[in-house]
Design a protein around this ligand. Sequence first.
Ligand code: HPA
Length: 286
Amino acid sequence: MSASSQCSYKYEQYKETADWLLTQTHIRPKVAIICGTGLGGLADLLDNKVEIPYKNIPRFPHSTVEGHAGQLVFGELKGKQCVCMQGRFHFYEGYNTATVTYPVRVFYLLGVEVLIVTNAAGGLKVDFKVGDIMMIKDHINFPGFAGQNPLCGQNDVRFGVRFPCMSDAYDKDLAQLTRQTAEEQNCASFLRQGVYCMLAGPTFETIAECKVLQMLGADAVGMSTVPEVIVARHCGLRVLGLSLITNKVVCDYDSQEHANHEEVLEIGHMRTIDFQRLVSHVVAKM
Ligand code: HPA
């Protein structure tokens, strides 16, 4: 059965996927990178690439949405062995949180120790600019408030404890390394830090919803990332989260602006080079 709709998976299923992947490549990644919307170009930077389409990977979820083919790319980024997800699974596509996070447990079983999650997000903080890169210092799991937490269900202690801590979800040392790298790579002027709030999507937020999120202390809003981070922390991966601010959310009833996917893609394209430079130099120093 393909992993596309199950509500939970067994250890043996993740293991079967991981063991199969290990037969397909000599790369033994310590770092996994989830490429967000418009940021898939990161995977193209890898040397000695081995590209494996999701549809060829046993038990791996695969996208049913056209244009979202998706593949794992194994290779070396500045000499460091990595695996990149080119295309992630979103809750709004109809996947449950167990399926959205399936790859993360596979990464853990491959021996990955650090997860870099990237995404496109709307800026809620007033002084954020389009094109800023926000290091995620904390998150708000809005779907979790409504019972959508990827760790709901039976806990398997081979992955982690029943009640994992989330107050240290984003690794402080990796954040410091990123800040230092941003200085060296001329990215400091657009590197920010803040709280990422996940909503289920696929609708962009109403004005009233944006005001609520701002009141709650969220600095950026998006439709991904949080489930993967929760599952990564559960199994002990260190996490670096980076949001590319692709638009400012609309908070004014007189505004003529409308959030749209084309703008998100355009800004992703505009910042691609800077984003890739920053991430690859951070990985090089790990
Ligand atoms: N809202 C939610 N998700 C997003 C946005 C936004 O404004 N921009 C990019 N992803």
